[in-house]
Design a protein around this ligand. Structure first.
Ligand code: F6P
Length: 555
């Protein structure tokens, strides 16, 4: 039996759902002039407007009851206090500790972990200052000009997203490159313009055993040594970020060039740790601290604000409302900001790797829907591509619209065009356009009545499509820190409600281990007899083309 679906608050939500499911938001706004005020929160430099959702005061109250019944408050405390909430791996999930002030103390396993955090930050700051001053020299004595982060998943997405989002805050002329794909094309594209004498590689991997990262790291080492010939110069050009000291040394990077972090930092929550090295090198420690402070402000809001005014709690609960009651299975992330281009990708790992699970914390099979499919891209481009489906498709897709009001340049005219679209789209999705309104519109255009009848069904918009509007004054490191932490905590809230462990990721392992088997088949030039006929045929096809290409090259 699933306790969640048997809980009083769950049953009461179902009852409430049957009363509210057909209500139109257009009417809710019409009959409640204070709706925006009632369902929006101003927090620091941010407006979180959730009034365009299919909820009433009562919905919110019942959702809050659900959070209370799930013991969310004590779970939040357990996370921030470093309890082993990642039960399958017997670890804490202490990304909150990475955002503490330097003088704070947080005891975990008998020691103040903030001291370790601050010590690593200091080492990172030193390297960043050397680089920015042009004092970090390559093996020929020339200053480093290019930084290449080699990592994947959380060891790539977070740093890549933040470095790109905060381009405006760059503190140096260093160029940044990210390699995650083991497809050699990406490696070659990055390397073709680089000079080994002026390139610094960051090998970023929590485990330092991830196949793609280690393959690319090896390729980088070979590329470097092919030019430089002497291994001793690696120390000027390779640094590692990892929890696995032994493997770092084994790879050939000295511990002096290693930046550590800890098992209580999950990969997808790691950009605040040494994994954020490339971020610090790009924007400097002052801005990185502002990013961390933004996250800390959101941590405190999440930890201490009553649920009905708590942004991540509300976001999480709305997601549950749509996923489990309305049956809306995907959620769109739509930034109206060029610098937030990589946000959807970043959040895909955060949410889908955290909550894409089908068993409870204690291993029971789950009988309800958990993490939805998260997707999205720049809203303004989406308007000319997939928004048709958002407006008139047969499924409803709740969406987060995210914008920053002030442009980084003074080009207000362009910015106003973008912001007007940001605002208008949520209005259109909410209101829709009724049959009567559409007829009126077509008549004002002078269409004949028979043309109106033919066009009419295609031009009606049902509306009632839920959106959150998340509006910042401007894109700063602090605001970005708030935004990211907000989504981290939203993800946590949903994990608590669904009773799943949001901090493990066993679902990625089967594919990884089978890939190793298939690779060994390639090496032996023979598929093992353990595969099905499709897999065998695919292996044979790959081998066929690889072999004929090899023969052609050697012949
Ligand atoms: O395969 C999934 C995963 O383990 C992610 O959780 C993680 O962020 C990524 O791989 C990279 O792992 P690592 O930092 O250990 O190389």
């Amino acid at each position: 039996m699933n306790t969640l679906t048997q809980s009083a608050s769950w049953k009461s939500l179902w009852q409430h759902y049957s009363q509210i499911k057909n209500a139109h938001m257009k009417d809710m706004f019409k009959f409640d002039k204070a709706r925006h005020q009632r369902f929006s929160i101003n927090f620091e430099d941010m407006l979180f407007d959730f009034s365009k959702n299919r909820i009433s005061k009562e919905t919110l109250a019942r959702l809050v009851d659900l959070a209370i019944e799930a013991n969310l408050k004590s779970q939040i405390e357990a996370m921030f206090r470093g309890k082993n909430i990642n039960t399958t791996e017997q670890r804490a999930a202490l990304h909150g500790a990475l955002r503490l002030n330097s003088s704070d103390v947080l005891m975990y396993r008998g020691q103040d972990i903030n001291r370790d955090v601050q010590a690593e930050l200091n080492r990172i700051e030193q390297l960043s200052e050397q680089l920015h001053a042009g004092e970090k020299l390559g093996f020929t004595g020339r200053p480093i000009t290019d930084v290449v982060n080699i990592g994947i998943g959380g060891s790539d997405l977070g740093p890549k997203f933040v470095v790109s989002a905060l381009k405006q805050y760059r503190q140096s002329n260093l160029n940044f490159h990210f390699i995650s794909n083991v497809d050699p094309s990406q490696f070659n594209d990055v390397m073709e313009a680089l000079n080994p004498a002026t390139t610094l590689f960051i090998i970023a991997s929590k485990s330092f055993t991830t196949q793609e990262t280690m393959t690319n790291a090896q390729a980088a080492k070979e590329w470097f040594l092919a030019f430089v010939k002497q291994k001793r110069f690696m120390k000027k050009h390779f640094v590692a970020v990892s929890t696995n000291r032994e493997e770092v040394i084994h790879f050939g990077i000295s511990p002096i060039n290693m930046f550590s972090f800890w098992d209580w930092v999950g990969g997808r929550y790691s950009l605040w740790s040494s994994i954020g090295l490339s971020i610090v090198l790009a924007i400097g420690m002052k801005n990185f601290n502002a990013l961390r402070q933004g996250a800390k402000v959101m941590d405190d809001h999440f930890r201490y604000t009553p649920f009905a005014q708590n942004i991540p709690v509300i976001m999480g609960l709305l997601g549950v409302w749509y996923n489990n009651f309305f049956g809306f299975k995907t959620h769109a992330i739509l930034p109206y900001n060029h610098r937030l281009d990589l946000l959807p990708q970043y959040l895909q790992q955060l949410e889908m790797e955290s909550n894409g699970k089908s068993v409870t914390k204690t291993g029971g099979k789950i009988g309800y829907s958990t993490g939805p499919i998260l997707w999205g891209s720049q809203g303004i481009n989406g308007q000319h591509a997939f928004f048709q489906l958002l407006h008139q498709g047969s499924q409803t897709i709740p969406a987060d619209f995210i914008a920053c009001v002030l442009p980084e340049s003074r080009q207000f005219e362009q910015q106003e065009v973008m912001l007007s679209n940001f605002v208008a789209q949520t209005e259109a999705l909410m209101k829709g356009r009724s049959k009567e309104e559409t007829i009126r519109l077509l008549r004002t255009k002078g269409l004949k009545e028979e043309d109106i009848s033919a066009k009419l069904p295609h031009m009606i918009f049902d509306g009632n499509k839920p959106t959150n509007s998340i509006l910042f004054r401007e894109l700063t490191p602090r605001n970005l820190g708030m935004l990211i932490a907000m989504y981290e905590h939203k993800t946590f809230v949903q994990g608590v409600i669904w009773n799943i462990n949001s901090f493990d990721q066993f679902g990625v392992e089967l594919g990884k281990s089978l890939a190793k088997d298939v690779l060994s088949n390639f090496k032996m030039q023979k598929p093992s007899n353990l595969h099905d006929s499709s897999t065998t045929a695919l292996i044979e096809s790959c081998m066929h083309y690889l072999r004929s290409e090899n023969n052609a090259q050697s012949g």
